[in-house]
Design a protein around this ligand. Structure first.
Ligand code: R5P
Length: 287
């Protein structure tokens, strides 16, 4: 078990909702990134936990991360990175000839810049909490599923509810709650949508009529998967419906669209947003 409380902490400004930042990040007039770590030498040869989000603005945040890691490598710090949402994690398989699998490349770059371990949450290429080597990087993956379900329990009051995974990828979130998840099929890859397939069908093979339902997934990006799942849940005759996702990116107006269909929407602050009512802070503090 990693004992973060005894380690030196470096906190980026994009983590300031949870911890006081001690890294300065800005821009030169031409847009180039400028970073300063006050008292940098104090971290030389030490174990350091770096808190730096990689979303939103993932490419800029990623370059900032590389600059910080390289500076710490230079002074031989041993760095554990805490990045709660790992961008590019969904692109873990090449479909087209010559396609770069950005999940492994992202992890390799983080490792090669000197990071010894990444701590993240509900990472797409895990489908379970745990730890493993991924490419060159050692990754520890935590899950916020239990915390989201506990928060939903409050919102449903004293009423019982079914916990349903949005698709097979969410099966690990519901395995202790009856193992119910929707069966999703996708269309073929379109030429105009590289690496993306539209949803063909969402199917339910269990009864939800008259029951309260929490529909849960690891993430909501454009919300198209969640909206398709909700259509099905509505048709099934469910009573109250809640939605929970660990990473709430809520692109394309999806927070509003989903909000109109359900009784509540919950996410966590792996990605800060007004719907991020469940915090990772307690879990990070317990590491
Ligand atoms: C898919 O495997 C994931 O678990 C999510 O369901 C998906 O990535 C969400 O994307 P979107 O919100 O764009 O449908």
């Amino acid at each position: 078990m990693l004992n973060i409380s005894y380690m030196l902490k470096l906190v980026s400004p994009n983590f300031s909702d949870l911890f006081a930042p001690n890294i300065e990040i800005g821009n030169f007039p031409d847009g180039n990134t400028h970073i300063r770590i006050p008292k940098l030498e104090a971290y030389a040869g030490k174990e350091v936990t770096l808190f730096h989000r990689l979303y939103p603005n993932q490419n800029t945040a990623f370059f900032e991360l590389l600059l910080i890691l390289e500076a710490l490598k230079e002074i031989e710090s041993k760095v554990t990175l805490v990045s709660p949402y790992l961008p590019y994690a969904r692109h873990d398989k090449a479909i087209l000839e010559g396609e770069i699998t950005s999940a492994s490349v992202t992890c390799n770059l983080i490792a090669r810049a000197g990071c010894q371990k990444l701590i993240t949450f509900d990472c797409h290429f895990f489908n379970e909490k745990g730890e493993k080597q991924y490419g060159d990087l050692f990754v520890q993956n935590f899950s916020m599923g239990e915390e989201l379900i506990a928060a939903a329990r409050e919102l449903f009051g004293q009423e019982k509810f079914e916990v349903v995974g949005l698709d097979k990828g969410a099966a690990y979130l519901v395995k202790n709650y009856g193992n119910k998840f929707l069966k999703k099929s996708r269309k073929a890859y379109g030429e105009d949508k590289i690496g993306y397939r539209d949803i063909e069908e969402m199917a339910i093979d269990f009864d939800l009529a008259g029951r309260n339902v929490l529909l849960i997934d690891d993430m909501i990006s454009t919300g198209s998967t969640m909206l398709a799942g909700l259509e099905k849940i509505k048709q099934s005759g469910a009573k109250k419906i809640g939605v929970a996702a660990v990473h709430g990116l809520f692109l394309a107006g999806s927070a509003e669209k989903i909000g109109k269909m359900v009784d509540f929407v919950l996410s966590t602050d792996t990605v800060p947003s007004p719907l991020a009512k469940v915090s990772i802070k307690e879990k990070i503090n317990k590491l």
